[in-house]
Design a protein around this ligand. Structure first.
Ligand SMILES: Cc1cc2nc3c(=O)[nH]c(=O)nc-3n(C[C@H](O)[C@H](O)[C@H](O)COP(=O)(O)O)c2cc1C
Length: 192
């Protein structure tokens, strides 16, 4: 049976998507970002609990400050890295800050909720973990759809959790509500 047109189209979007680590500062129109968010918002989520949202950061100074925070955290981490790994670690850290050239960052955030564990009188810890995992799995689906939506619109992206070594500092800077976690920093733009 021949592949349907829809499958071929989806296949080519998945095949052509790559993590782009050099994004040009060229602006992206808000309408394209809205389309990405609209598509990613169709993502499935566990237990019918939509405890997530997608934040957008497009202020250059804020993006620069975020990169500085990640660099600072990386320097603190480097103090605990064995001397024979220092050079490798410092190269690896470059993979945590390349979002700094991007005109737009999408930051999916989520809240861990425990509706079932909260109903249990005792021995709730393994269910708490299961619920936590479900929250992380749900937001990972959102991240994936962001990447595919960007690709379908001719935009580049990269799923980045490296910047979360400075999650607390970045969260304070962009005023993430208490109890919300950042799942990733996803730079969006045109390949440089
Ligand atoms: C959970 C997750 C976290 C990632 N974090 C980073 C990151 O911090 N920096 C980075 O450059 N790439 C990051 N990546 C991208 C991977 O390195 C990349 O997907 C992998 O090398 C495969 O390459 P491809 O995406 O081009 O197919 C991450 C990917 C995933 C799924």
């Amino acid at each position: 049976m021949a592949d349907s047109e829809a499958y071929q189209c989806l296949f080519s979007i998945c095949r052509d998507r790559h993590s782009t680590r050099k994004i040009s500062p060229r602006p992206v129109t808000p309408a394209l970002i809205d389309k990405i968010i609209e598509l990613a918002s169709l993502s499935p989520y566990a237990s019918n609990k939509k405890n997530w949202q997608i934040l957008m950061v497009n202020d250059k100074a804020t993006i620069r400050k975020m990169a500085d925070m990640v660099k600072q955290s990386g320097q603190t981490m480097a103090e605990s890295i064995r001397s024979d790994f220092q050079e490798n670690f410092s190269l690896y850290l470059q993979n945590f800050i390349h979002f700094q050239t991007s005109p737009v960052l999408l930051i999916p955030t989520f809240r861990v909720v425990h509706p079932i564990a909260n109903m249990m009188g005792k021995d709730e810890s393994s269910f708490s973990q299961w619920e936590r995992d479900n929250s992380v799995k749900s937001i990972s689906c959102v991240c994936m759809l962001i990447l595919l939506a960007a690709q379908s619109l001719g935009l580049s992206s990269c799923y980045m959790t490296g910047p979360l070594i400075a999650e607390q500092e970045i969260g304070d800077l962009i005023q993430i509500k208490p109890g919300q976690r950042m799942a990733a920093v996803i730079p969006i733009g045109y390949g440089a």
